[in-house]
Design a protein around this ligand. Structure first.
Ligand code: ZN
Length: 282
């Protein structure tokens, strides 16, 4: 993070995101930040006509890219040229449903917290695309990646590998000990990954949600089966016992559970419940 430079004003950010249809102007990736075509070092400005959004891969390249090439992407952004006018990482239905190992959520907002601090936050925006926020720490408990609503705020792109294909976003540390994979191609957005907090390793696979060191299996459905959490989050408590709790995802809104052996019906029940919750709390 360059603390000497003031942040890009929100209004300018909005304009640049819309202009490039919510993706990197060169490749359309839904994770991006704000690039100065006229470099800040040459002139301190926030002129939208001299700025563009680029994914971290292309932001890194842009310093070596001729200005005329940068302007080509700005005037003909990838997502606009390819018909993704509302951006990519599109969810396939009205409400966001997520599967993280054995845990199903119909929710929006903070999903996984550690000691009440959000680590993974997913929400559907008004365009029906996914907003991703990540706050990732390395094995020494040092913050190594910060993404807020798809904006790459902090993270050394030299050590990260970002891929986006077929509505699936992968953010992998090249050392391979941290990874987040968000696959929005099915009704349940699948969240998998390996990440750390308080020097403990947390792993989410297709079927498991584990905290190593404590060898705890985070499976709130335990003896119950076929349950979906609605407007609830998982808060991992990194103490010696490695407990976890299920809490409302939004303060003041009581979430709940729905259950059905049929996955489709369970999903529909979860969505209906969330819609109802939103109405009651509107
Ligand atoms: Zn790009």
């Amino acid at each position: 993070m360059d603390s000497s430079r003031p942040p890009v004003p929100a209004e300018i950010k909005r304009q640049l995101r819309q202009e490039s249809a919510f993706g990197c102007a060169k490749c359309g990736y839904p994770i991006f930040d704000y690039h100065h075509i006229i470099p800040w070092a040459i002139e301190e400005h926030f002129r939208p006509e001299d700025m563009v959004i680029l994914c971290p891969n292309h932001h890194r390249e842009a310093d070596l890219m001729p200005e005329v090439e940068q302007r080509t992407y700005k005037t003909n952004p990838y997502n606009v040229a390819h018909g993704y006018v509302e951006g990519q990482l599109k969810i396939t239905q009205k409400e966001l449903a997520i599967k993280a190992g054995p845990i199903e959520f119909v929710s929006e907002g903070n999903l996984i917290c550690v000691n009440d601090e959000p680590i993974i936050t997913l929400s559907a925006n008004l365009k029906g695309t996914l907003n991703v926020s990540l706050r990732l720490f390395d094995e020494n408990d040092t913050l190594c990646l910060l993404i807020e609503d798809n904006e790459w705020i902090y993270g050394d792109i030299k050590v990260w590998d970002i891929q986006f294909k077929h509505n699936k976003l992968s953010i992998l540390k090249k050392s391979r000990n941290i990874a987040i994979v968000i696959d929005a191609s099915a009704k349940f957005v699948s969240l998998k990954g390996t990440f750390w907090r308080n020097k403990k390793k947390i792993v989410i696979t297709d079927s498991e949600f584990l905290i190593y060191d404590t060898l705890m299996n985070v499976d709130p459905v335990g003896g119950f089966k076929d349950i979906c959490l609605v407007s609830l989050l998982i808060n991992l408590m990194m103490n010696d016992k490695g407990l976890f709790e299920i809490k409302p995802a939004k303060s003041g809104v009581d979430g709940g559970f729905v259950s059905d052996p049929d996955k489709e019906i369970r999903l529909q029940k979860g969505i209906d419940f969330l819609v109802d919750l939103k109405k009651r709390n509107a």
